[in-house]
Design a protein around this ligand. Structure first.
Ligand code: FE2
Length: 717
């Protein structure tokens, strides 16, 4: 289902002088209006401080004609060069396939076919087994293939005799399975075998869209005798597919199927595709993959020189329809405009983009409508692709996320949960609890994104006194971790204002614009599990999964790391004795309660949902000081992370499960005046706006930001 008014931008981080292009689908009626806003506060909760999107229509404002633009999920290989082949005299085609939805409707393994006339061929997986279609003729084996089993499949067509043949054979036979065979037919002449069209792998051309009959499952080594033999073990990090045959019919992948996948030759002896590429010569295609919607630009905006760094949005309106497409304006490199830098967790936003949680029920819809929050939910919009928290339709995990498509979750007032105790915000909207607080406190800040930090490294942060994270900086590359570690060890200060941060490893690829990769390996709190042997990223060849599996537990950077996950409910922190010592008392200056934070717009409390704790074994520096710990979590509502569990009640740290369900708020000094303050809870920032920003969580945060940022500011209440 398409949304009536929606869009995306070609980039989301820009600096003065750069141009950002917006791609809009609008069903009308009439033209739509686009105007610039600054996103200060997105929370639509009727009892909280009001939403604040500052009108900057004096900077950008325009009216543009409406037109619908469509997203077409489904991945495949496209070999355009096949248009120019000399006419086919006969056909012999084969491939190895590992179907994941063999009982679904027809799914094409390889084709070259004119979508108008039907001329040409398609080798097709059907519920009745493999079929060959040539022009209007068809032959099918008549035996279903099993799911997740490797088969050799083949077909031939000979216009001279009219013979069509198609066959299938499992590479390993199974007792009592009747799934191999071959069928032939003499089709009436003439056989329309040739079509001067591209070859498609895992799909075929369609009249009204880029492709149809997309395949679900793995394909390896498709080949057409005398014409082409594609070797998917080559150039595995990108979108190119190489033909090892005589005609050099190289192609490209559309919609980002998963590469570096175990192939038919995999034995378990080697688990790194770089060491044995031909054990990883398969590509996993899905009919719900989506990379780049490829929409046309509707307008562009060149960032004026005097537009300050911040979180912005392009606000769209057409009739009663509204949308806001967020983007970030960063300062020019080496030209900071504030002492404080807010690091927007754009890797995490992207990885969660379009997370369909299956929770958009009647009561949630009612609340969204009553609060006039963002109305569209990924549960209703599979056409804009999935998140890496979802499974593909065939049950495999989604390993890639792209921002070259509408991202419904990436809206200032998008609600993730029907949260009875708060607003149920996550990610960008939840992080406006922080930007709204900075605005109310009058604290100037620059914004940079994970993507900027990955590209520019530590230099991007060097001149800031203090870097702030949002509520959930979970996903990082080696470059972003290096930058933050280097920054804090050379005098920089970091306030980690979230939970479950710095947890998973992600990869980018210069060859795959707009996309990010994650492999959910080994363990960790996760919604799907990578298959054994598929733990190395295709994009960069690195071992994926939790950073702690690559000797970089979050504790090393910020003193704490992920310990437990629960329902979206927040509790309180209790100050420790260290909170009162001479060295740390400044943090709690003006904080009224020993037990504080039992309020807020995320789960109703500052310590909740995902909690981090100190653990020297995992790398928490010895001088990390716990200044508060959370309490009151209900054991039945929380699970200790799998990576700390050994048995029914036993744990790696040796503490009880109950003891491991806590957030530790820590303060850690680093060389040259560097410091890290960590709160270890996803719901923390949700407490900042409580009581119009006048509360203990707000005060404590103010003390930290004021001192570490060297602001000399005054508490405003
Ligand atoms: Fe997360």
């Amino acid at each position: 289902m398409s949304a009536p008014l929606i869009g995306y931008a070609d980039r989301f981080s820009v600096q003065a002088g750069e141009k950002i292009a917006f791609k809009i689908s609008s069903a009308g009626p009439g033209p739509f209006r686009a105007s610039l806003v600054r996103i200060v506060r997105g929370d639509p909760h009727p009892d909280g401080p009001p939403q604040k999107l500052d009108d900057l229509s004096d900077v950008f404002d325009g009216v543009y004609p409406s037109r619908p633009q469509h997203a077409w999920p489904g991945s495949y290989g496209l070999v355009e060069a096949a248009r120019d082949l000399k006419p086919l005299q006969a056909l012999a085609v084969e491939a190895l396939i590992w179907p994941t939805l063999p009982t679904d409707g027809p799914q094409t393994v390889i084709s070259r076919r004119d979508p108008q006339s039907g001329a040409g061929f398609a080798l097709v997986l059907t519920p009745e087994g493999m079929a060959l279609e040539v022009g209007g003729a068809r032959i099918c084996v008549g035996k279903a293939l099993r799911e997740r089993v490797w088969y050799r499949v083949w077909a031939s067509a000979d216009p001279a005799t009219g013979m069509l043949r198609v066959g299938q054979q499992p590479l390993k036979r199974a007792y009592a399975a009747d799934d191999e065979g071959e069928a032939g037919i003499a089709a009436p002449a003439p056989l329309a075998l040739d079509a001067a069209r591209p070859i498609l792998i895992a799909a075929e051309e369609a009249k009204d869209r880029p492709a149809q009959r997309c395949f679900n499952g793995k394909i390896e080594a498709p080949a057409i005798a005398g014409i082409a033999a594609w070797d998917f073990a080559r150039r595995m990090s990108g979108l190119a597919i190489e033909d090892a045959g005589p005609n050099g019919l190289h192609g490209k992948l559309v919609n980002l199927p998963t590469r570096a996948m175990k192939g038919a030759a995999w034995t378990g002896a080697e688990r790194d595709w770089k060491q044995a590429p031909h054990h990883y010569a398969a590509i996993h295609f899905h009919d719900d993959d989506l990379h780049d919607c490829g929409w046309q630009d509707d307008f562009t905006f060149t960032i004026p020189k005097d537009l300050r760094s911040g979180v912005y949005g392009m606000s769209l309106a057409c009739g009663t329809q509204r949308d806001v497409i967020p983007f970030f304006v960063r300062p020019a490199l080496g030209r900071p405009t504030a002492k404080v830098c807010y690091l927007a967790s754009t890797f995490t936003y992207q990885v969660y983009g379009n997370f369909s949680r299956g929770m958009f029920d009647a009561s949630f819809r009612r609340r969204v409508a009553e609060w006039k929050a963002y109305p569209h939910n990924p549960d209703d919009h599979g056409d804009y692709g999935l998140s890496t928290y979802n499974h593909h339709r065939d049950g495999s995990g989604v390993a890639y996320a792209s921002w070259l498509r509408p991202l419904l979750t990436w809206r200032p007032d998008y609600m993730s949960f029907d949260d009875p105790l708060g607003s149920g915000l996550r990610h960008l909207p939840a992080d406006t609890h922080l930007t709204g607080w900075l605005d109310r406190m009058g604290i100037a800040f620059d914004v940079v994104t994970d993507h900027d930090l990955d590209r520019e490294g530590q230099a991007l942060l060097a001149s800031y006194k203090l870097v702030l994270t949002g509520s959930h900086p979970e996903y990082h590359t080696e470059a972003t971790l290096d930058a933050l570690q280097g920054y804090t060890e050379s005098g920089g200060r970091l306030a980690y204002l979230g939970g479950n941060g710095f947890y998973w490893r992600v990869a980018r690829s210069a060859d795959v614009p707009g996309a990010i990769e994650v492999r959910r390996t080994e363990g960790g709190i996760r919604t799907w599990a990578a298959e054994p042997g598929e733990y190395y990223h295709a994009f960069d060849g690195a071992y994926g999964g939790l950073w702690r599996r690559s000797d970089r537990a979050p504790n090393r950077l910020c003193g704490i790391g992920f310990s437990s996950q629960g329902t979206f409910v927040g509790n309180t922190y209790r100050q420790t004795a260290a909170a009162h010592d001479n060295h740390h008392a400044w943090i709690f200056d003006g904080v009224k309660e020993e037990l504080f934070g039992g309020y807020g717009y995320s789960g109703g409390g500052a310590a909740g949902f995902e909690l981090d704790r100190l653990d020297h074994r995992l790398g928490s520096p010895l001088n990390t000081v716990v200044i508060a710990s959370s309490e009151g979590h209900k054991r039945e509502n929380f699970v200790v992370v799998h990576e700390e569990r050994l048995g029914f009640t036993t744990t790696i740290p040796g503490e009880t499960l109950e003891q491991l369900i806590r957030a530790d708020m820590t303060y850690l000094e680093k060389p040259a005046g560097g410091a890290v303050f960590s709160v270890g809870s996803i719901t923390y920032c949700g407490s900042l706006p409580w009581n119009k920003y006048d509360n203990d969580v707000s005060r404590l945060t103010f003390n930290v930001v004021n001192k570490l940022g060297e602001l000399g500011a005054r508490w405003p209440f």
